[in-house]
Design a protein around this ligand. Structure first.
Ligand code: NAD
Length: 350
């Protein structure tokens, strides 16, 4: 059945969606607000080309719901929201700027009911522009733009420690073999921390120059994309694209633990069960990759002390330990335990 704007909104259980149409760029703006029990909705702004506006709306609703669980999992005072700017064609620089200004004016009209940060198709410079107009962009201030990558990397690092402790009885990464897939904004600082802590780091990146530069900086070994699935490692840390855990790859995995930053690592929720059935410990993505959101969210709330910010990010280790323990007790996937924990947190703060 063909999905329509009305049908998709009718079927959604979130709080609501704000929509606007920018005639000049022929683009739609959808700001989806899923759940505000914890605080005002906050989530990234995605600017992509969609064949039909309804496809942008579907993305906004799905991603807003994901943010509800991400904030609850991180115990942050924000609600789940996400914005999608759905363009129908390519835009020249002036049209794109005007569209961002149009979007920022909608944020002004919402008066803080939704605040936003970078997502696919938007840049920190875009956020500066949006933030200057609206005052509702997270991670930007007049004098600096915050980079969430190193905070996210720290969260993944401590998350790997929690997983190692659960599986092997010690959180120590020294001597552990860890395959980092993607050495960009998150993967590179992660590989650096792991190497410094004595891990046997192997890295893979589609961009050969990026892989070589990261190897030179960290002393890690480079593995080709073809070789990566045959690597016997303790930890596979996906830090590139989503959906790398699917019915095709899960039977081929040769690791004890999957713990990385990529968003939407599971192709479908069933893949969490498949990992559990194979005895592979999986760190739910939205819990382990929340470090950047935690730090930038706290900065937005007024926290300036770097050590306090890092402490908040480091709490991911304890949270994941509890999720792993709960999942083990119930003999279920950590995906199920993380979801239940987030639901309980939401209910407790209703
Ligand atoms: P990035 O674009 O800076 O780096 C990604 C790297 O992965 C690039 O070097 C790219 O060449 C490489 N790559 C892409 N496809 C690949 C593949 N199939 N195999 C191997 N390498 C591949 O991105 P990032 O900001 O480091 O984010 C990485 C992942 O973590 C993304 O899924 C992102 O959504 C997620 N994430 C990032 C943050 C953050 O703070 N940046 C926070 C939460 C989640």
């Amino acid at each position: 059945m063909e999905q329509t704007l009305e049908g998709v909104v009718r079927a959604w259980d979130g709080d609501g969606v704000f929509s606007a149409y920018d005639a000049r760029s022929e683009s739609w703006v959808f700001i989806a607000i899923h759940d505000t029990r914890l605080g005002p909705a906050s989530g990234g702004t995605r600017l992509e080309r969609y064949d039909r506006p309804v496809d942008g709306l579907i993305d906004a609703l799905r991603l807003a719901e994901g943010m509800t669980y991400k904030w609850a999992g991180a115990e942050m005072p924000y609600g789940g929201g996400k914005a999608v700017i759905a363009r129908s064609r390519s835009l020249d620089a002036d049209e794109r700027d005007a569209l961002l200004d149009f979007y920022a004016a909608r944020l002004v009209s919402l008066r803080g009911a939704f605040q936003t940060g970078v997502d696919m198709g938007t840049t920190p410079e875009d956020m500066s522009r949006i933030g200057t107009i609206s005052g509702h962009a997270v991670g930007v201030s007049p004098d600096r733009t915050e980079d969430p990558g190193p905070y996210t990397a720290l969260g993944v690092f401590v998350g790997i420690r929690a997983a190692l402790a659960h599986r092997f009885g010690s959180p120590d990464v020294a001597g552990r073999s860890i395959l980092v897939q993607g050495v960009g904004d998150v993967g590179l600082p992660l590989a650096e921390q792991l190497s410094e802590a004595g891990a046997d780091v192997r890295l893979v990146d589609l961009d050969d120059a990026v892989a070589s530069a990261a190897a030179a900086r960290t002393g890690a070994a480079v593995v080709s994309a073809d070789e990566m699935w045959s690597q016997d490692v303790d930890v596979y840390a996906p830090c590139a694209v989503g959906a790398t855990l699917n019915p095709d790859t899960i039977p081929r995995l040769r690791c004890e633990i999957v713990a990385g930053s990529a968003n939407n690592q599971l192709l479908t929720p069933r893949d969490g069960g498949a990992l559990h059935d194979r005895g592979i410990l999986y760190a739910p993505d939205y819990v382990i990759n929340a470090g950047g959101a935690i730090a930038l969210g706290r900065i937005h709330l007024g926290e300036r002390d770097e050590e306090t910010l890092l402490d908040h990010v480091r709490r991911i280790e304890g949270r994941l330990s509890e999720i792993f323990a709960e999942a083990a007790r119930a003999d279920e996937s950590p995906v199920v335990a993380a979801h239940g924990r987030a639901e309980r947190y939401l209910e407790a703060h209703d």
